[in-house]
Design a protein around this ligand. Structure first.
Ligand code: ADP
Length: 424
């Protein structure tokens, strides 16, 4: 087993996003959930492995410990480079965790310099003169200034990062990037000689990120969002079309939705409008002790096995507020996650082989309930939403884990179309 690239991602959905980026670049990619241990096995012949952590908003020392454990494991699998994937809006605070984690990964690797670029041009995130833009606005003017956990009120990446590290920070500007990979390598060397440790690179386009990828292929630690990861993937010598992926079409299909995001509510409505069977879970009844899981399984058994089914807790804002007022926010979420986790393992035990899960936290609960540690990343149904493949005690399972607001409104019906219905 020799990986070309290893990656740590600071949250689960970010892990899926960066894994999809490596795969788009032609690398056979695995996604591992949580800090791996000796029992974590990768699918055969992977070029890239992403370890998805929950280290974005945890205390910095925990984030550092988890990231170092992931790095050691990636090295043990043969990865020469470790890519540190964080959010394209640089979600962090003055305490971290981007600076402390990057410094720790570099110290462990003996790296003198690293390059950062959080640009993600398809999502409107660009970096110019070291400033981060969200579409046509500076980060600090964008809605991210009101983020509930990490409000971003400064757009200057050197300033943001300098608050999180004791080392020197500098910028490689766009004209240098436009001159190509050799110019970027020379600039990196000059910064390294001037004892700059963190170099932030401008990037406005995917071409810029391809240049940065080619320039950083040899660095032991590189950091940024999914865009630069794809640039590095394209620069990898073995990158080519990924072939021979599993594609299970046998067995039943189901959606489990715990996300209440606007896009998930649209996808749920579209599934219902297409005349497909759906069931809404009564969270309050479950909290009061009714066997909502047993009722849902009986409902599932009564459906036409040829059709995908949807089981959801998703609630519109008023209903959600009412449930949360009665149970408390934490208890309501725990109730929903317990219900959907149990249903996931029961459904797979009853023959579901294609399972789509809507919601970041919900995906974490389902992965844990299924005991899934690592998946192989397959084709994307929508940007950042790939099919993945897991081996379970019941056989191979195709799993799609989507963040609440991801995917087009018809994602559920399109992704779960049976082979027979697929357009030729
Ligand atoms: P997203 O990716 O959209 O943020 P998540 O799954 O991460 O979705 O978060 C949705 C949260 O809302 C979960 O913690 C889930 O348990 C909770 N939730 C879902 N449905 C309900 C409901 N009907 N009542 C209360 N909480 C709910």
């Amino acid at each position: 087993m020799t990986l070309r690239i290893g990656c740590t991602a600071d949250d689960f959905t970010g892990g899926t996003d960066v894994a999809a980026a490596f795969r788009r670049a032609g690398l056979r990619t695995a996604l591992v959930f949580g800090v791996p241990d000796g029992a974590t096995a990768l699918p055969a012949d992977c070029d890239a492995a992403v370890v998805a952590l929950k280290s974005r908003s945890t205390p910095a020392d925990e984030a550092v410990a988890d990231s170092l454990a992931a790095q050691r494991w990636l090295w043990s699998q043969g990865a020469a480079q470790v890519y540190f994937k964080y959010c394209s809006t640089f979600d962090s605070t003055a305490q971290g965790n981007i600076g402390p984690v990057a410094d720790a990964l570099m110290d462990a690797a003996g790296a003198a310099v690293t390059l950062h670029c959080p640009a993600s041009p398809p999502n409107g995130r660009t970096v110019y003169q070291g400033h981060l833009f969200v579409h046509d606005q500076l980060l600090s003017d964008s809605p991210l200034r009101h983020h509930p956990l990490n409000p971003m009120t400064d757009s200057s990446l050197p300033r943001l990062l300098s608050a999180q590290t004791r080392h020197r920070v500098a910028v490689i500007d766009r004209p240098t990037v436009r001159r190509g990979a050799d110019a970027v390598r020379k600039a990196l060397l000059a910064h390294e000689q001037a004892e700059v440790r963190h170099v932030i690179a401008d990037a406005l386009t995917d071409e810029d990120l391809a240049v940065l990828g080619a320039a950083t292929l040899e660095l032991p630690v590189v950091a940024g969002a999914a865009g630069l990861a794809e640039g590095i993937g394209h620069a990898c010598p073995t990158a080519g079309p990924v072939t021979a992926e599993p594609r299970p079409s046998e067995g039943r299909a189901a959606v489990l939705a715990g996300s209440c995001s606007a896009r998930t509510l649209e996808q749920t409505a579209q599934f219902h409008a297409a005349g497909l069977p759906s069931l809404h879970l009564d969270v309050l009844a479950a909290a009061a002790g009714r066997d909502v899981t047993g009722e849902a399984l009986a409902w599932y058994e009564a459906q036409d096995p040829a059709l995908p089914v949807l089981i959801h807790a998703s609630a519109a804002p008023e209903e959600l507020a009412a449930v949360q007022a009665q149970l408390g926010v934490t208890e309501a979420a725990a109730q929903v996650e317990e219900l959907l986790g149990t249903l996931a393992s029961q459904l797979v035990g009853r023959g579901v082989r294609r399972l789509l899960v809507a919601g970041g936290e919900t995906s974490g609960a389902v992965i844990t309930a299924l005991g899934v540690r690592a998946v192989l990343v397959g084709e994307e149904a929508d940007p950042g939403v790939p099919w993945t493949y897991a081996a379970t005690e019941h056989g191979d399972l195709a799993l799609m884990l989507k963040s609440g607001n991801f995917g087009a409104p018809d994602l559920f019906t399109r992704a779960l179309r049976t082979t027979a219905e697929e357009p030729k």
